[in-house]
Design a protein around this ligand. Structure first.
Ligand code: C5J
Length: 235
């Protein structure tokens, strides 16, 4: 398929869609993102294209992995450096309008309704920005025989970038869907995407979701009718 910096090839059987941190805490008012002073409406343009991608990969039977940034209720997995950084109005663990900020199991820490995981999809809770650190993400990818990642989610320059960089170092081929990743800062969005594809694809490839959807449609036979496995939560 067409992509920057050059064509990206993938086998649907060994490709996973990774949806990073599409949580109320980042996309809705009253959460972690807003407490840091961000305009959370900046991220919402990702939702509609990502819904279309999710529908297509579900129909094609690809592995789908969602991640959620968050911490244990007793904060035992929260480094003091992360807790005390900056001058947020509400810090991690404080009670906000959608529950305790960025705490696992709270309403605000969960994935937005529009992109809710379905049975058979993985949900990885992660304490850091990258999906590999202190999680079972790498084990899930190995177990499923995944070699290529199609990456979406927020924010482009933070959790998406950290995960793509970590994946690249581990030998995964990463395609970042430019309209399905979002940043609170338009200039960071542009530069973060440039950084992935620069220098001959130093971290991977970038393409709009329409190009991925066209390639997926061309490469997959009719949808698999087997029943999905039960939902799996791993951290
Ligand atoms: C941030 C993330 N921005 N999911 N987290 O703190 O990108």
């Amino acid at each position: 398929m067409s992509a920057r910096p050059y064509d990206f090839t993938f086998d649907p059987a060994t490709t996973a869609l990774v949806v990073i941190d599409m949580q109320r805490d980042f996309l809705e008012p009253g959460g972690f993102g807003e407490s840091l002073g961000n305009d959370v409406s900046q991220l919402r343009s990702t939702i509609e294209p990502l819904q279309a991608v999710l529908a297509a990969v579900r129909a094609a039977g690809l592995t789908v992995i969602h991640t959620r940034e968050g911490h244990l209720p007793d904060l035992s997995d929260l480094p003091p450096a992360k807790l005390h950084r900056g001058d947020a109005a509400l810090r991690i663990g404080d009670l906000g309008p959608k529950g305790r900020i960025l705490i696992r199991g709270e309403y605000g820490q969960d994935i937005i309704d529009e992109l809710a995981p379905v049975d058979g999809e993985y949900v990885i809770d992660k304490p850091g920005k990258g999906a590999f650190y202190a999680t079972a993400f790498g084990d899930v990818l190995a177990e499923k025989g995944i070699t290529s990642l199609v990456v979406a989610g927020v924010t482009t320059e933070v959790c998406v970038h950290t995960t793509v960089r970590e994946a690249n170092d581990r030998g995964f081929e990463c395609l970042v869907l430019s309209d399905c990743v979002g940043s609170y800062f338009p200039e960071f969005q542009r530069v973060a995407l440039e950084m992935v594809a620069a220098q001959g694809g130093i971290f991977g490839w970038v393409a709009p979701s329409a190009d991925f959807l066209a390639a997926l449609a061309a490469s997959t036979p009719a949808a698999d009718s087997t029943l999905p496995a039960p939902a799996v939560t791993a951290s």
